[in-house]
Write a protein that binds this ligand. Structure first.
Ligand code: HEC
Ligand code: HEC
Length: 253
């Protein structure tokens, strides 16, 4: 029931989202004009999601010691936002699991995806590229480079140099964005847990066969179009990243 409800809301929300959520900084747009499908910002995240759904309980001195009224109080609260790690970020896990907002209504999946995209973009104070493709694109586009944060957050994981194939990128850009909402937790779908390197590699189903992408079902389920079910399809650059990472030996790097 809960699942069905989440999906019914998307249609309405997309149009609201598209209409209200643009905050375009021209200089940043010019830098990445073709690749960025949508520009968002912390202030639109706050106005569109946090203020209406959380602030009545999470203002200054809010419930559970959580103050969601401004950027600094969010970033300085330990474990609330862990850059590039949505599954360690309570701001994400509490809404993804449906625990928050306390007493409901459950947050719709579009808003949950926006919070994930913001954290995965490095939780910038300013604009960020929403990697959740709300607008379908006819041609493959390169992965958007997140614009630099105006006030760098306290904890920053340095990005990998562009041509190093890393498991960290596979986890944060692909699995965490498109898979772990079903493939993690106590009962992961299909008994496939993609929330960590160890869990992905330990699976007896040959989820990842080092050196052989076409024998790895994490890869073939995507290329056959089975996963994620009901889309959105994984960006071709990320499919290639997964292929290259597996064929390079599926290292924990
Ligand atoms: C009706 C009041 C209410 C609303 C609305 C609400 N919360 Fe909460 N929230 C609470 C209470 C009470 C607690 C502390 C008790 C608890 O952890 O369950 C809490 C705790 C939390 C925590 C800390 C949980 C932990 O285990 O440390 C987070 C994170 C959180 N809320 C996020 C949110 C977010 C994000 C929203 C908006 C989508 C939201 N809350 C909306 C009442 C609310
Ligand atoms: C909306 C939920 C959902 C999402 C998102 C999702 N999956 Fe799945 N996945 C399932 C379900 C349900 C099953 C078990 C039933 C089936 O095999 O179709 C499954 C099964 C699998 C299996 C096992 C197939 C087998 O033959 O045993 C793999 C591998 C897999 N998914 C990979 C992925 C990958 C990789 C992603 C992200 C690109 C992903 N899934 C995204 C729901 C999801």
């Amino acid at each position: 029931m809960l699942f069905l409800k989440k999906f019914l809301i998307i249609g309405i929300n997309c149009s609201l989202f598209a209409a209200c959520n643009y905050h375009v900084n021209k200089a940043q747009l010019d830098n990445s004009a073709q690749s960025v499908q949508q520009i968002n910002s912390f202030s639109t995240l706050k106005t569109n999601i946090l203020d209406p759904q959380c602030i009545r309980c999470h203002g200054v001195g809010g419930k559970g010691g959580v103050d969601l009224s401004n950027y600094n109080s969010i970033m300085t609260n330990p474990g609330l936002v862990m850059i590039n790690n949505i599954n360690a970020s309570r701001l994400y896990t509490e809404v993804e699991s449906g625990s928050m907002p306390d007493g409901g209504p459950v947050m719709n999946s579009e808003d949950v995806a926006t919070i994930a995209a913001w954290i995965n973009a490095g939780a910038p104070d300013g604009t960020f590229a929403n990697t959740n493709p709300v607008i379908p694109t006819p041609t493959p586009v390169p992965t958007p480079t997140p614009p630099p944060a105006q006030n760098p957050p306290p904890v920053v994981t340095p990005p990998n140099p562009p041509n190093v194939i890393s498991y960290n990128d596979v986890q944060t850009k692909l699995f965490n964005v498109s898979c772990t909402r079903c493939h993690s937790g106590s009962k992961p779908s299909g008994s496939v847990d993609l929330s960590s390197y160890q869990k992905t590699m330990a699976n007896s189903k040959k989820v990842v066969v080092p050196g052989n992408a076409t024998k790895s079902i994490a890869y073939t389920e995507i290329t056959s179009g089975s996963m994620p079910p009901r889309g959105p399809a994984v960006d071709p650059t990320l499919v290639k990243l997964l292929n290259d990472w597996i064929n390079a030996g599926a290292k924990n790097n």
